[in-house]
Design a protein around this ligand. Sequence first.
Ligand code: O2Y
Ligand code: MN
Length: 583
Amino acid sequence: MTSNKVVLQWLDEMVALTKPDKVVWIDGSEEQLNELRKEALATGELIELNQDKLPGCYLHRAAENDVARVEDRTFICTPTREEAGPTNNWMDPTEMYDKLTKLFDGSMKGRTMYVIPFLMGPLGSPFSKVGIELTDSIYVVLNMAIMTRVGKAVMDQLGDSEDFVKGLHSKKDIDPENRYIVHFPQDNTIWSINSGYGGNVLLSKKCFALRIASYQGKKEGWMAEHMLILGLENPQGEVKYIAAAFPSACGKTNLAMLIPPEELKGYKVWTVGDDIAWLRIGEDGRLWAINPEAGFFGVAPGTSSKTNPNALATIQKNTIFTNVLLTPEGTVWWEGLDGEPPREGIDWRGNPWTPESGVKGAHPNSRFTAPARQCPCISPHWEDPQGVPISAIIFGGRRAKTAPLVYEAFNWQHGVFVGATMASETTAAAAGAVGVVRRDPMAMIPFCGYNMADYFRHWLEMGRKIPNPPKIFHVNWFRTDENGKFIWPGFGDNLRVLNWIIERCEGKADAVETPIGYLPVPDAINIEGLDIGEDTMKELLKVDKKVWLEDVSAQKEFFKQFGDRLPQEIIDELKALEKRLSE
Ligand code: O2Y
Ligand code: MN
């Protein structure tokens, strides 16, 4: 498939290390993928779903101990600990290579090594990047074929270049004690062992498109961000693009595929991406974004015709479901799906299940892997080689009392500070106590491939280089009343807030200056048709100085870990906010 000497030499070395019985190049053809599906069905790695109801759909059950990303076993191995920073696990690269070399030694004996050339970004785009993942998992091959562009065309695009990410993955024994997800940013290398699940093994996603790419972006002058990208079309047919970062459990995929409420029927949301954005400065001085992925790896539980009808439509064909419940008709089910639960089924562990079993049918982190092109609201521009121009960047979090429904940063530097102080309160979906505030700057804490203090500096530097930067906003859909009830309806009605944001970008909407930023004037957000009065709107837009000063203390505490490396601009913004709140 290639005569690229660097690729072939690296492949030889990895084959010598892992000792597979066979090496198979993935060419991206449907015939080859079909053969692999057949093989996976024969071994039980995949279960065929009802092909009349869900054509091209399969179910996979992961090992019980292997159902989510493992942050405590994820490492950034830069030459010094300081380069990885206080928010990443670190080990000296030589030590880590030694350790992993022993684990990988012979890990593919008796197995086939699949060589997956994959492209992040549209074919032919100057912003796209090549990766090659070596894996002993057919599940990984089939998921990668949905999540990325794979095969011969990718090797053709690479040509003789050495510029590709080298990914090595082995399921080995799925041993959680020896599970490692390791990044060597200086070597463009990712090694993952002893997991067979999702973000740990689809090396294109969090490992490459965020951790390695964020490091590359810092070096090369662009940004890899944990952001959805959407286009908002107004009734006049004009489309403006927004990139938005939220920590998990804030409805990112739902926002990316939003359906307008009745009162805003003339508007339309177009999905460009639901998870990752690569952003570059365009020749016109604006910031342009591509979605490096080709599919969605979405959380199944909670996905329904109320929360996300577009996602439901997307996953009716050619989809791999992982760790959901299997119904007697050969369809799938999860908690939060429409209608009554099935009377019986096989749960995600493979055990017989009824609603009375007292256990969940689907794992809370169960997933669907589906091609983005199947999404009914996929943007006609989602594969444009130059990307789409971004008018607004949104940061968000789940805050019961602190953050108002929406506010706008005073300028780019202040916006970077708003992103750097992003936080979210934990929900029952996560392990541990509910309502605990977790700081997650730009939703990148688990995904930044270098020191986050340097990452903030990179954001600040980018701002100085973008002649026409997007405006930066913060939203919070999760404000609650005195009874703990959400007071903003969320879902499709979030479009009302997006509209204010776009109007601000166009210089059309009014705002009031407050200590935290610009807030909408009382009637600026269209609440026609909502059961929301003036008082509720006031509550949604309230800035309680006492609560904010408490948050400032927490922000100071969080920033301490970065020591002298924290950019002066962030310290200045923190002081300025404290001063404005104290006046
Ligand atoms: O648990 C996993 O392996 C998946 S994590 C994930 C998947 C899709 C989009 N975002 C995420 C995330 O953790 O941010
Ligand atoms: Mn994500």
